[in-house]
Design a protein around this ligand. Structure first.
Ligand SMILES: Cc1ncc(COP(=O)(O)O)c(C=O)c1O
Length: 400
């Protein structure tokens, strides 16, 4: 009899978290490493939000709270959905958890039975398939392509759906590609869902506020109001408010589902951090003025990275609509040998050789379900990005 659960054999640790650890270890050894793997803004949490956390501590808001969120935060979330998305929810339809990650996990734990399928468009955020597996379900990967801007087409979704499908996990703008669905593209997706009344949609809107140029964010329950009763709209404060460490995520959806998610949370972690909840109230209710200037910075960095990567031999980098990632193709580098003698047979080989030979850390595409690519997070300084892209250009120029 083995001591560890068989469930764990089905899942793998997060490759992005692993890379962050690897980068920290190499830096600690004194190596000159530029880490472009982190999925978090390099900005500090805005002062008004930090102050709200400090005030919460001073006022002794340091005890257990209701399991899935304090009433003030639930109301702030209801108001946010109305204000930003034109969606009407009541506080009883809202769940607050320890990050969007816990919210997604709770929803899967609360709904999946053995054999239930969850359609996940690839490239996907690394955690979706493993969370589905942990919850006892079966991930069904529907591969989008570079040709459609990494977006799933209606036909691809249609052919991924079976009578066992319970959920579609939808993520726009996307981690890892930054691709965002336009209203028309999303309508095509929701039209497919309308033909399959047993399929629900979990919309991961984590990067809602991080959009550039004229891209207009939208979400399934808004595009297709008839899907409201089978949509869980997930969001959080981590990315737009630079609050990754505070760990607050939330969702709104049908009351019965929210209640089931509360049950999962009540027997696992109980409430998310009380202090963070008060800070999140300020994030959602307070000034949103810093989002636009932050986005200006992100857009400048995106343009810098896209231009420099497209100038590298063998790399093709599309321009994303949002988030802080680019997902270039390295099809033109496969089959070559690096200056250091490494044979590049796939994107993992490319990223390993890049790290070893130049000190630039990026995440290989296979981790996100679509190869040969890699993911760059441009949530770091312009100087670091320029230096990293120059090293990537030199690395690519040395491939023979
Ligand atoms: C697409 C996506 N969803 C959800 C999350 C979870 O964010 P958090 O748990 O910090 O709210 C992330 C974080 O990287 C993400 O990229």
């Amino acid at each position: 009899m083995t001591f560890l659960s068989a469930t764990l054999d089905r899942v793998k640790p997060s490759p992005t978290v692993a890379l962050t650890g690897q980068v920290a270890a190499l830096k600690a050894q004194g190596k000159d490493i530029i880490g472009l793997g982190a999925g978090e803004p390099d900005f500090d949490t805005p002062q008004n939000i930090k102050d709200a956390g400090v005030v919460a501590i001073a006022l002794g808001k340091t005890k257990y709270t209701p399991v899935d969120g304090i009433p003030e935060l639930k109301q702030a979330i209801v108001d946010k959905f109305k204000r930003d998305n034109g969606l009407d929810y009541t506080p009883a339809q809202v769940s607050v958890g320890t990050g969007g990650k816990q919210i997604l996990y709770n929803a899967l734990m609360a709904t999946l039975n053995e054999g239930d399928e969850v359609v996940i468009p690839a490239p996907y955020w690394v955690s979706y398939p493993d969370m589905v597996l942990l919850a006892g379900g079966t991930p069904v990967i529907a591969e989008a392509s570079l040709q459609t801007g990494f977006k799933l087409t209606a036909d691809q979704l249609e052919s991924a759906i079976t009578d066992k499908t319970k959920w579609l996990i939808f993520n726009s703008p996307s981690n890892p590609t930054g691709a965002g669905y336009t209203r028309e593209e999303l309508k095509e997706i929701t039209d497919v869902l309308m033909r399959h009344p047993h399929v629900w949609v979990m919309s991961d809107d984590m990067y809602e506020h991080l959009v550039y140029d004229d891209f207009e964010f939208t979400t399934p329950a808004k595009i297709e109001p008839r899907l409201y009763d089978r949509t869980l709209t997930v969001n959080g404060v981590s990315k737009a408010y630079a609050m990754t460490g505070w760990r607050i995520g939330y969702a709104a959806g049908p009351e019965a589902l929210i209640k089931a998610m509360r049950k999962v949370q009540s027997q696992s972690t109980s409430n998310p951090c009380s202090i963070s909840q008060y800070a999140a109230v300020e994030a959602l209710n307070g000034t949103q003025d810093f989002i636009a200037p932050n986005n200006e910075i992100f857009k400048r960095r995106r343009d810098l990275v896209v231009e420099m990567l497209n100038a590298a031999a063998g790399i093709a980098c599309p321009v994303p609509d949002g988030a802080f990632y680019v997902y270039p193709s390295i099809a033109g580098c496969i089959g070559k040998t690096s200056a250091g003698g490494a044979k590049i047979e796939n994107d993992e080989d490319f990223c390993t050789a890049l790290l070893e030979e130049t000190g630039v850390a990026v995440v290989f595409g296979a981790a996100f379900g679509l190869s040969p690519n890699f993911r760059v997070s441009y949530a770091t300084s312009d100087e670091a990005l320029k230096e990293a892209c120059t090293r990537i250009q030199t690395f690519c120029a040395g491939l023979t």
